[in-house]
Design a protein around this ligand. Sequence first.
Ligand code: R2B
Ligand code: URA
Length: 291
Amino acid sequence: MRINPNLANINEKYLYLLQLDLTEENLEKFKNVRYVIMQGSSKRAAVLAKKLAKDLLNMDTRFFEPVNLVDTSNFAVYRIGNVLSVSHGMGNVTIDALLHSLTKLLHYAGNNEVEYIRVGTSGGIGVEPGTVVITKNAYMPDLSPYYTTYELDKRIDIPTALNHSLVNRIVAAQPADLPFNIVVGNSIAADDFYLGQCRYDGAMNSRQSHEWRAKFFDKIHRLDICNFEMESSALAAFCNLAQIPATMIAVTLLNRFNGDQVTATPEQLAEYSDRSQSVVINYMRTRGDAV
Ligand code: R2B
Ligand code: URA
């Protein structure tokens, strides 16, 4: 892990975005962390923590509720063995806030070897709904392999390749009889769910024609882009700067070639989310240092 050298001089006492005092007692809770699994929703982060407790620690989870280690309504952080299950909210902006705060916390607690994996949902491009995509490279919507952001008025471009060795390890950890499709490909992180992904079902309509959109989808499909979501480029850029191996495991809820609306039932959606969680749990099972 590479960290801002200024942190050595500022004697930080409180992580505002996590509402966490940096006392020895609190830092103790974050020592020896090896894996951080991030999902949009705090509820899903708690569900995964419970599954990890059952699968990695053999706990009887009928009698166990994971404890949220931070006191903010923006994010949740649970710990199982050496794994943190956290929530990051929606979009590059919120995951970026989480990444800075959590990485500082892990640094202050003495960790420097961690892996970050986002587990989530996405809109598929040319893949069956329910397919789990593991991302090699994240792209901006204009297809540049850089996360473009601003330091005040200064534009900065940060590479968005994810960690290919981590991708390969996750794939290798999956059993041959996985009951759903899994593909390795690339992802586009859009700035929002509706116009950013050229949907025609938002409260405001897209200005782009169906013909133009169909051609664009064809083009990105040929570039091995398998899904749209909203956080992979900030995740990749941050982890490249911080030298933290990272990737994303995201199930597709629909095939965007066939429409805009997510029509899966709540039961189907829950089952789809379980798929991406199973993929990361299978990976954790192969890691001797996860507990
Ligand atoms: C995928 O799904 C969410 C929007 O529904 C968003 O956080 C993302 O990246
Ligand atoms: N998440 C997205 O960002 N887009 C989709 O189409 C589905 C989930």
